[in-house]
Design a protein around this ligand. Sequence first.
Ligand code: C5P
Length: 482
Amino acid sequence: MASLTVRKLDDALKASLRLRAARNGRSVEDEVRAILREAAEGPAATPRAPEVKAAAMRPERTHAAAGRPRVTLIIGGGIAAYKALDLIRRLKDRGFHVRCVMTRAAQQFVAPLTAGALADERCYTDLFDPQSEFDAGHIRLARDTDLIVVAPATADLMAKMAQGHADDLATAILLATNRAVLLAPAMNPLMWANAATKRNVAQLARDGAHFIGPNSGEMAEANEAGLGRMSEPLEIAAAAATLLRPPPGPLTGKHILITAGPTHEPIDPVRYIANRSSGKQGFAIAAAAAQAGADVTLIAGPVDLDDPPGVRVIRVESARDMLAQVEAALPVDIAIFAAAVADWRVANAGEQKIKKTAQGMPPLQLTENPDILATVSKLTHNRPPLVIGFAAETEHLIDNATAKLKRKGCDWIVANDVSPATGVMGGDRNTVHVLTRADADVAIDSVSVDSVSVDSWPVMTKDEVATALVAKIAATTGHPPA
Ligand code: C5P
């Protein structure tokens, strides 16, 4: 049997073998063995590369993007491709969900496995990938995103784009997309200055592409410098964020604070007192307010819900934690207290797990929690101009809510019937009545201090309630949409 020494191969072949091996997660020797086996027995003889296996085992995690702006990063084949790996992290730092696509040439510089691991989702490379192409995957990849970033955008890739080629996955996505495209060119200064590149860049700009860079500086090639360096990952991420910024809405410029969900009050390190609040209504209000352009801080008790898009979410456990975070978030323009805060906590919570004993049940002493809504409503300094509370009642809804509005000192109360038959707790629908103190409508002339008006809304989904409440807030305090 002939033996072969990898050391004796020429450098270019060794380099490409090393890259191939790294891409497939094998040693160089194993890669050579795989190549020989394939040559002798056909491709089916070689076990599939770990990248493909890992991807096959991992479900498509489209839900991972829930609520986050989605960026598809197309990595072109240039030496700056290594910087695209850092760019993945920078985009993620800004809260974007990142999905990577690599051209064939890009795979000579960085491994899809690395990009996939950093992005937390498999990296797409093939137009004819049986795993994703069965449902016209390139069309889905082109649309299932909010922005496409091409980095590095090589001269060749831009030439193909300008001509409308679609002979690989990257160009097919770029041709099929109707989303904004941000190009980060990177190439040798002479290539950038070439008349053909200039024509292509001008054409792409006319077609609506956005550009960041290139910068001026040293090239990867020795003794070469000039205009052509890819912009730094931080610059590209900032340009992407600017393109993803939502258009101004009726609540742009307003800071809204929202509490949501239940609180957990410890009995000991492993047990707690809680309630059935799902947090859905508060989260829906936060999403609707952000959609309307508000700067939203959501302080949420323990719930199983994803962060709403564009919302700053602070997760807390107990009522006292919630109050501390609410106070830290002030001043705000509008505060909405949708949390089902536990009224009591255990005064004598155990430092260690309380043991069952023959003496019977442990005597739990309850003490009252701070009332966050009442505390904020009664502030003399930093009281938000509009404070909205919730009243979840099981009987005498309007009477109890009216009394609560006055007792707590807030401006509006959103009252809902949560008796078990309504299915409101944990469900997706809600029937609410909005009680307003006539003197609290800042945009409307005050009528009389104690008069309360009741606005009864039909049964709606919690999302619809959120949209209606945000519209009412905008009509009262914001700027109506242009
Ligand atoms: O008194 P009750 O719990 O029915 O009041 C409900 C309203 O008060 C809700 O807006 C709730 O978020 C708020 N609340 C609070 N802190 C508490 C109890 C209730 O902010 N400790």
